[in-house]
Design a binder for this molecule. Structure first.
Ligand code: PLP
Length: 519
């Protein structure tokens, strides 16, 4: 075996990955420098004893493989350790504080997982006869009832598979309603602080995106918004609370104005966890809003899913909801999969958004979260999330530069003015946080401020965790302000890999291992 304990052979390290040079092995403490399984492999090594094979004369007539297959040869313990270590490299909400803003990384109660795995729920098949899945249909119907009650909206489409998918659902419903009215509305107004999925969704539905500037207070510039209104406006996509962590105070006026010109109000409901049980979006005049079950009602998310983005719809849009729908009749629960089967659902569907009935596992987790908290518990959770964010804000506002004055909602936005003339960037600062055992906050988003640092503690974190975080951030900020640019530029130090060239990693990803001989 080569000179490194994990068997990394002398292979060039991809791109500009810098291996940690401060230890002989490349590992840090018991955090291992884990090579690729291909780098560890050794010809002839195997997890089991294989009998020598007698090669019979080839009948492939010269078509046989000339090169080795290139599979790595490893012993069983090597394989077990490799994959165990890889699994331990995942940083998640169960490992520690995860302060990403605009993501809502909150604790996922274990009771949800237990219920989602119960045989009667976990082993369901989407093609089972409806008579055999009455309980599951009741679960979907009950969750729909909670969502409509919490938002005060008359209808909900349950099938969208994530927030962005819910946006697509809502905007397709708006497009269908406009088409049915015979009007020609092509423009969608989107505030410049919006999540990238908002303009992407509007564009995907064939609308042109018209950006509304933000005020000094980080909210929609109402005069600029009004100036953009006209008969060609299909609607507005507004996030509330917005991505600066602020409540849009003019939301009712915005709803009235958009309705006056015949447009629709799409509200991005990803931040419902800040207002759940306290404000009902239906009372604010919205027409469509997706709910990220995986942000507001726990359920794990990350790595691309699974999530769920049920979309509530107003009276005006309910008829344009996609199938399927659960209805409750005298003879039990029924899944309407074709609009022709139900008179009360209108006749202008845009069909299905996804196969089957939605993300059943997420529905189960979300309903378990709701029912174990109760309505009062949900209101308490959003109150605590807002309280925790404001605790970070007040404890850090003298250290960092807070972007907007006044109380924030569930997340607090800082910018990089506190790093002015220090030679330290938001990125350097975040890398130094990793050495201190903290996952960085969201950086450089939203774009309305320079060098954004967006923190969302959620209701999950204890005061002790937040206090250690605050102490660490204060210490690092002090260090940055007293001239330690080289220290920050060299962070992280305590990780097996140092600073990655993120641009090269995105632009020239090395996705295929080539044995040395082929290079
Ligand atoms: C997370 C988020 C989305 C997208 O939701 P996904 O479930 O990731 O598709 C959209 N808008 C805002 C404001 C968000 O925070």
């Amino acid at each position: 075996m080569a000179d490194m304990s994990q068997g990394r052979k002398n292979v060039p390290v991809a791109g500009s990955l810098q291996p940690n040079t401060q230890t002989i092995s490349g590992s840090k403490g018991l955090d291992f420098d884990e090579p690729l399984i291909f780098e560890m492999g050794e010809d002839g090594r195997s997890g089991i004893d294989v009998q020598p094979v007698e090669i019979s004369p080839s009948r492939l007539g010269g078509m046989e493989r000339k090169n080795k297959v290139g599979l790595p040869g490893l012993s069983e313990p090597q394989v077990v350790r490799h994959y165990t270590r890889l699994s331990q490299k995942n940083y998640g909400i169960d490992s520690g504080f995860y302060p990403l803003g605009s993501c809502t990384m909150k604790h996922n109660p274990r009771v949800n997982e237990k219920i989602a795995r119960m045989q009667g729920l976990g082993d369901l098949h989407p093609l089972q006869p409806q008579s055999s899945v009455q309980g599951a249909l009741e679960l979907i119907d009950t969750l729909a009832h909670w969502l409509k009650t919490l938002t005060n909206m008359p209808a909900v489409a349950m099938s969208p598979a994530a927030g962005a998918h819910g946006e697509l659902c809502g905007m397709m419903a708006i497009a269908a309603a406009i088409e049915a009215s015979g009007e020609n509305r092509t423009r969608v107004l989107v505030p410049e602080s919006a999540h990238g999925t908002n303009p992407a969704t509007a564009a995907a539905c064939g609308f042109t995106v018209d950006a509304i500037p933000a005020t000094e207070q980080g909210r929609v510039d109402i005069e600029a918004f009004k100036a953009k209104l006209g008969p060609d406006v299909a609607g507005i996509m507004l996030t509330n609370p917005n991505t600066c962590g602020l409540f849009e105070n003019d939301i009712i006026e915005i709803a009235d104005e958009i309705h006056k010109v015949g447009g629709y109000f799409y509200c991005d409901g990803a931040n419902l966890n800040a207002i759940c049980g306290r404000v009902r979006p239906g009372d604010l005049g919205i027409d469509a809003m997706h709910i990220n079950l995986h942000k507001t009602f726990s359920t794990p998310h990350g790595g691309g899913g699974p999530g769920a983005g049920p979309t509530v719809l107003s009276e005006a849009l309910a008829a344009y909801a996609p199938v399927p729908y659960v209805v409750h009749g005298d003879d039990g629960f029924k899944l309407i999969e074709n609009k022709k089967d139900s008179k009360d659902l209108g006749d202008a569907p845009f069909g299905r958004l996804k196969g089957y009935h939605g993300q059943m596992g997420m529905f189960t987790r979300a309903l378990a979260f709701m029912m174990s908290h109760g309505a009062d518990g949900l209101a308490q959770a959003s109150g605590d999330a807002v309280l925790n964010a404001n605790y970070l804000r007040t404890e850090l506002e003298d250290t960092l530069s807070v972007s907007f004055d006044g109380l924030c909602m569930h997340e607090v936005l800082f910018d990089d003015r506190f790093l002015k003339d220090t030679g330290v960037s938001t990125l350097d600062f975040a890398k130094a946080m990793i050495d201190e055992g903290f996952h960085p906050m969201t950086m450089y988003f939203p774009l309305v401020v320079h060098g954004a640092l967006l923190m969302e503690p959620t209701e999950s974190e204890s005061k002790e965790t937040l206090d250690l975080f605050i102490k660490t951030i204060r210490g690092l900020a002090e260090k940055a302000k007293s001239g330690n640019a080289e220290f920050f530029a060299a962070a992280p130090r305590h990780t097996p890999r140092r600073r990655l060239d993120e641009t090269a990693a995105a632009r020239k990803p090395v996705l295929r291992w080539k044995p040395e001989a082929e290079e």
